[in-house]
Design a protein around this ligand. Sequence first.
Ligand SMILES: Cc1ncc(COP(=O)(O)O)c(C=O)c1O
Length: 388
Amino acid sequence: MSRLSPAQFRSRFPILARRIYVNSCSQGALSTDVEASMRAYVDSWHDGGSPWELWVEQVERLRTAFAASIGADRDEIAVLPSASAGINAVASAMDFGGARSHVALGEFEFPTMAQVWLAQQRRGATIRWARASGDRLPVDAYEAVVDARTLIIPATHVCFRNGHRTDIAALTALGHARGAYVFLDDYQRTGAGPIDVHALGIDFMVTGCLKYLLAAAGVAFLYVRRDLIERLEPAITGWFGRINPFAFRIDALDWSPTASRFESGTPPVPNAYAALGALELLDRIGYDAVGRQVAQLVERYRSAVHASGFVARTPAEADARGPLVVIQSHDAPALVSRLASRGIVASCRGNGLRVSFHAYNNEADVDAVVGALEAESALLERAAARSF
Ligand SMILES: Cc1ncc(COP(=O)(O)O)c(C=O)c1O
């Protein structure tokens, strides 16, 4: 396998010849590699008609490749159609009837993470909120709500709304010291830099392929720490959660000894092809190289935004942010359209303009976005204007 430089990596994304693409926080750009993988799926369907053995094998290759990319073992990975499916499977395996029935939720979660746990209130869960101060959610905010009654702490790594990055190592140390599970939602960071789930010590993690993992919607992953797998029996289940789905038994509920017990129905085969193409491409540049490139671009953009006097909602400290930087607009949807008319693809949540970087971006992209923001500055909040 030959290594790719950032410039070679960039050349595999045709959209970058036409647009400035800074919206990986929403959808990663399409590479020629992923396009070829999707075509391989179509060809396999044309050629074989119903080559299920090949398709199931492809899903297994994906499981192996993803596990290697996050420092996990393949048996610790469930391949799922969405992150929500993984969160639901874990929540449905939890027992809220014992001494621990509290779920500690931070205010920066993606809605689905909060909603699945809110739905567990009917099953006896109590939600304890770790409150943010403005755009900050320090681990101290969890200190106040995590105690001997806490069962689990679901926590997003990077917030989709403001780009704040939580110190997951510190949160895991806190949770484990107090006997609670820690469940990481890494969707807004996986693929944008290295991660090692064993070194972090987290209990569960969900993520999906359509953002920084550079593939299509419809495939996601759940990591479950090995020693927890056989202790948990999800109530949301199905034939792919069995020891051998192809035994077709209707009179017994055996549990796969691996994390595939958290799966339920037929795997997302077309999306698995796309995801495998993307993981193989990311492997060729390497997650350390991706992380370095993203960090440099984020720093360049964050400093330029500051120098222009715009109001950044994402923390300035490198260890408190990820690949996404959010700045405050008066009318972010209008700003997104203005940027689109200048060939820049970005997105917003509320009045926060989201600009996010991957290794396929370069310094010229950053400078073009900053130039466009200067030109559209009437739509942006200025730091001075915010102080009263
Ligand atoms: C942090 C985070 N979690 C989860 C999701 C989505 O999860 P799902 O695959 O269930 O749609 C997103 C998507 O935007 C996200 O940003």
